[in-house]
Write a protein that binds this ligand. Sequence first.
Ligand code: SF4
Length: 234
Amino acid sequence: MKNSSHKEIMREIDSASDELQELEAYPLEKLAEIVKEVGFECERCTRCCTKEYNDHVFLLEKDVDKVLAVDPDCIVPAPYFDFCDKNGIFYVEGYALRYKEDGTCTFLKNGLCSIYSERPSICRIYPYMLHREVDGEGNLDWRQVSGLNEHGYYHVETDDETSLDIARQVKEYETLYLKQRLEFFKTILKHFTKNKLRHVQRQYDLRMRDFENGREVDVLVYHKGKLHLHSHKI
Ligand code: SF4
């Protein structure tokens, strides 16, 4: 019989697979209509490049090499570790951009993105998204825009071709993200089985307390089919 953490991981695999199917079935034209209607235009307020406003900048696998070519020290394990084993090692699905001490993105310089042409996928599609979330009434529904009316200009005239192109990029980002998450869970399942490990919630809580108190922790980060060890602290 499988232990509970293996069952939990298999449930996550099923859930990510279902979500991927739902995403693939979502009509591109419908998303393009929403993009056109929202008509977002950046006003260069740079709020979306801060930890305070956007928490973290998650990197798809294809973004990692690009940003590392600019700055080899610009990535960190993404926050919100998924698992912790009995040895106190955390596991997480990928990398995020490092923030500077003032809470702004490492690439934000003089109020501008210094890697604009090479910026990560999520920065290209922001504020659009396409994933399901539970709303205030407890219903699971699609969410297509983040931080509506909180920054930038809205209802800016956007032609059909541009709207469709943005919708295509958003769908591609969300698809790649879910595929990465799926592969992460499959890799963890193999790693736990091979090494006779499982997720231990008590260790997770203890090590998380250490981490939040500024101590260094070991994190295995999923990247391109492998787990990479990082010693990491806030
Ligand atoms: S990479 Fe550029 S656009 Fe993305 S958060 Fe950093 S400064 Fe902003």
